[in-house]
Design a protein. Structure first.
Length: 258
């Protein structure tokens, strides 16, 4: 960019700043057609000569949007409240009295959830103070819905075996559906008649509806998704990333320390 054009751009920016200081009617009439054309040509020339500025602008815009999204989700977490971190007694994974709670939203037929299961197991095994709460959001079709109905019925009957049930069904090679879920439940000692009776209770549909509403409030668009402290973490980010968030909650009370 030439010195002349640099001075012109500086001059035009100064004029623009002056225009922004004027009331709206004055601002609307602040530039004539020739001035607007000159501004456009000078800005275009500058950007063509310095395209990296566009990269910087897009990066700054992305950071701003991410910050706004985090703040919106943080507010949503606060609004959802205790229900987000609640689970029936005995159904908590890890330490029921742990000092940090990790919440996972998952679907039994989600491939990424299956891959991330080892991360969850590693975190529970390595962190004796971690409490894990699972929310089932069967978003991948009727088979997932049927599997979750069986799962929640089993959990309500045998909360102490829910973790083992969830692990076996999630890691099944076959599609998780009602038949496969009942097979896993019976293998862990549940009676099929008892499971089917529990599935028919209103509590099962009520919990699935509540989990779905929470997911909408938190802007969850896929599984797995996690909540740690005041932050929503989308996707299978890996055990190390989750462990860092957990450590931050312990260090500063927030999943991201400033």
């Amino acid at each position: 960019m030439t010195r002349t054009n640099a001075l012109k751009l500086h001059h035009l920016l100064a004029v623009t700043a002056l225009g922004l200081a004027l009331p709206s009617p004055a601002l609307a009439q602040g530039f004539d057609a020739a001035q607007k054309q000159e501004i456009g040509e000078t800005v275009r020339e500058y950007l063509m000569a310095n395209p990296e500025v566009l990269v910087e602008v897009m990066g700054a815009l992305e950071q701003k949007r991410n910050a706004q999204s985090r703040e919106t989700r943080k507010q949503a977490i606060a609004e959802v409240g205790d229900a987000l971190f609640a689970t029936p007694e005995g159904a908590t994974l890890g330490n029921p009295q742990g000092d940090v709670t990790l919440v996972e939203f998952f679907d039994y037929n989600c491939g990424y959830c299956k891959r991330a299961h080892a991360d969850m197991q590693a975190l529970v095994e390595s962190d004796p103070e971690l409490r894990v709460v699972l929310h089932e959001i069967p978003v991948l079709g009727p088979e997932s819905v049927a599997a979750s109905r069986v799962s929640l019925a089993f959990r309500n009957l045998h909360p102490d075996k829910y973790g083992e049930f969830q692990s076996q069904l999630l890691m099944s090679r076959s599609t998780a559906d009602e038949a496969r879920a009942i097979e896993v439940a019976v293998g862990l000692g549940a009676g099929e008649a008892d499971i089917r009776a529990a599935m028919a209770t209103p509590a099962i549909e009520a919990e699935l509806d509540a989990a779905a509403r929470m997911a909408v409030s938190l802007q969850i668009s896929g599984t797995p998704s996690y909540v740690i402290g005041d932050e929503m973490v989308p996707g299978a980010v890996g055990a190390d990333a989750l462990a860092d968030k957990i450590a931050n909650v312990r260090a500063c009370g927030s999943a991201t320390c400033s």
